[in-house]
Design a protein around this ligand. Structure first.
Ligand SMILES: [Zn+2]
Length: 244
């Protein structure tokens, strides 16, 4: 395994225009649940009487804003001051050194930005950018988490719209185009925390035609052999090694 990791380190060291595709396992390491929170699906069903796909929808927000925001506060924002793992810190270092050109993620917590990354494409938007539909004022995740009941705009008293796309809503076209472009023109594609066959990424990853596809994930999945280099285990430990 160390031989592969040495090789990966060499590829990362000797190349520029590296694009990082960050899947949900990178978020799991911080203890955050994510929007879907698949790993606690049963508890969610038990607590809300609906599954996450039903709750995180535009229709549900309109009809049951109280339940929607309870889910937002307690499931999506289960933690608020998360500690950044090595994956995020390494990404920021690589970006500062001019080697990493973009990060594409479906995470909504702004963790890469918090680590200092600048060029982050958040496909689904961000929990740090909840918006008043009336005046456009933006509210961060802390405001949502600490609101008593349903969070409303301080100026207008109107119920806020979450900063991320709800199920059934279109993904922002500008973000999508940016993501496709970054992946298509990447020199090295560094995929972390997702399998290559995952529903979210499979289609998008096909745009990469280079021969430096690196996959780092917690466990092996079918379809992974498309990667030119791959290694499995604790993401942060691997990242620390390959970016040192
Ligand atoms: Zn407002």
């Amino acid at each position: 395994m160390n031989q592969i990791m040495d090789k990966i380190r060499e590829v990362l060291r000797s190349n520029q225009n590296i694009v990082l595709v960050s899947g949900s396992e990178a978020m799991r390491e911080t203890g955050l649940n994510g929007i879907r929170a698949e790993h606690i699906a049963y508890d969610i069903e038990e607590r809300y009487g609906y599954d996450s796909d039903e709750i995180v929808s535009s229709l549900f927000l309109t009809r049951q804003a109280d339940k929607f925001y309870d889910y937002y506060k307690n499931i999506i924002l289960n933690k608020i001051d998360v500690e950044l793992t090595e994956v995020f810190k390494s990404a920021a270092r690589m970006e500062q050194e001019g080697r990493l050109s973009a990060i594409v993620t479906r995470m909504v917590y702004g963790l890469y930005q918090r680590a200092g990354c600048k060029n982050v494409v958040e496909l689904y938007g961000s929990a740090e950018e909840n918006r008043c539909p009336e005046c456009g004022r933006i509210y961060g995740s802390r405001y949502i988490k600490e609101a008593k009941g349903i969070p409303v705009c301080q100026d207008c008293g109107v119920i806020l719209r979450p900063g991320f796309s709800l199920y059934g809503e279109m993904i922002d076209n500008g973000r999508l185009t940016k993501a496709y472009n970054a992946i298509e023109y990447a020199n090295v594609l560094l995929v972390v925390g997702t399998s290559l066959n995952s529903l979210t990424w499979a289609n998008m990853l096909r745009y990469y035609e280079g021969d430096k596809l690196i996959l780092i994930n917690t466990e092996e999945a079918s379809g992974d052999d498309r990667a030119n280099y791959r290694v499995y285990g604790n993401l942060s430990e691997i990242f620390k090694y390959i970016t040192a």
